[in-house]
Write a protein that binds this ligand. Structure first.
Ligand code: HEC
Ligand code: HEC
Length: 278
């Protein structure tokens, strides 16, 4: 009798967990996750060769979700970030009180975008070595070479790329998945870079909406799905529902393959319960 009840108590939660994993496992293959195209960039590539690669990288890594390239118009453009057409010309001597050359300015713009804020814009650009772009050093050189062509001639090579500013993040973020324990949701949000785009302060918009359960509930109701399903889908398949008031295709779409099920479950539970002001 006693053995039976112990057995019963132990299986019920594990059945629930099993059910969750089956459902989760069925879901993952449906996400439209495409690994970023890996290009072998030759360390000896010429500036012109780098510029061609850089143009493709700028398109593929989400820069154009904020920036436009509209020749013949002003810096303001139609995007959330500056119009990049004519960039090399207008920044030929860097910026007043900051980087003194075009190359230094471009490197600074990519590694520490907040160090110099273009007038009239807010500090929403993620460092390009972090999610979602995650450029490595060769890719930064390629992007810089391409940006030089916007109003100028490419000159940079991998070897002559200026060093990143001291305060810059050293290398592409690994996501910190190894250190993120599911029992500390805020540390997990930090480790996966969520807090670079989502504020924990009610009403504060960084790149995406702040984490508030009330907002998530309203969005879930509008989609006619449960709160947990909506939150999980937003994380695993962020392109499924895109809110119009935020830049499209900005949230990384590979969390479904980077988070463990336990991490995803813990984040979902935490976000669903976070009332404003907590
Ligand atoms: C979430 C929106 C967003 C994304 C994504 C983004 N940027 Fe930006 N970027 C901005 C904003 C806003 C500014 C202006 C404020 C500032 O200087 O940080 C800016 C500034 C810049 C500047 C300086 C422009 C000038 O006129 O001086 C460069 C260069 C630049 N971004 C390049 C890039 C590249 C390359 C990528 C992709 C790897 C990228 N940005 C991704 C929003 C974004
Ligand atoms: C580079 C920026 C960026 C990062 C990093 C990011 N997000 Fe997002 N996220 C967004 C944007 C922009 C939206 C709104 C547009 C959309 O719906 O895709 C969004 C939407 C969401 C939503 C839906 C919100 C709503 O009110 O409908 C959730 C939930 C969410 N993100 C969770 C996360 C979690 C959890 C992480 C980290 C594991 C994360 N995000 C990382 C930019 C980001």
């Amino acid at each position: 009798m006693r053995a039976l009840s112990t057995y019963g108590a132990a299986t019920l939660p594990s059945l629930l967990v099993l059910g969750f994993f089956v459902w989760f496992a069925n879901w993952i293959p449906q996400t439209r996750w495409e690994p970023p195209k890996v290009r072998q960039i030759d360390a000896g590539a010429s500036p012109a060769e780098l510029a061609v690669l850089g143009q493709a990288i700028v398109r593929e890594r989400g820069c154009l979700s904020c920036h436009t390239i509209e020749p013949g118009t002003g810096i303001k453009g139609q995007g959330r970030g500056p119009n990049l057409a004519g960039l090399a010309e207008r920044r030929a001597n860097g910026v007043t009180g900051g980087a003194a050359t075009l190359l230094e300015y471009l490197v600074q713009s990519l590694y520490t975008p907040g160090a110099f804020l273009v007038e009239g814009f807010s500090n929403i650009m993620p460092a390009s070595v972090k999610a979602p772009a995650k450029l490595n050093r060769e890719e930064v050189a390629a992007v810089v070479a391409y940006l030089e062509t916007l109003g100028g001639t490419p000159t940079v090579t991998v070897a002559t790329l200026p060093a990143p500013p001291d305060s810059a993040p050293a290398s592409p973020s690994t996501g910190g998945e190894a250190v993120a324990a599911p029992d500390d949701p805020e540390a997990m949000l930090e480790a996966f870079d969520c807090l670079g785009c989502h504020s924990l302060k009610p009403g504060e918009v960084l790149v995406g909406p702040p984490f508030e359960a009330a907002l998530l509930r309203a969005a879930a109701e509008a989609q006619d799905v449960s709160l947990a399903a909506y939150v999980m889908q937003s994380i695993v398949d962020p392109r499924a529902v895109e809110a119009e008031e935020f830049p499209a295709e900005t949230m990384p779409d590979d969390y479904g393959t980077r988070l463990t099920a336990a991490q995803l479950f813990a984040i979902t539970e935490y976000l669903s319960a976070r009332e404003g002001g907590q």
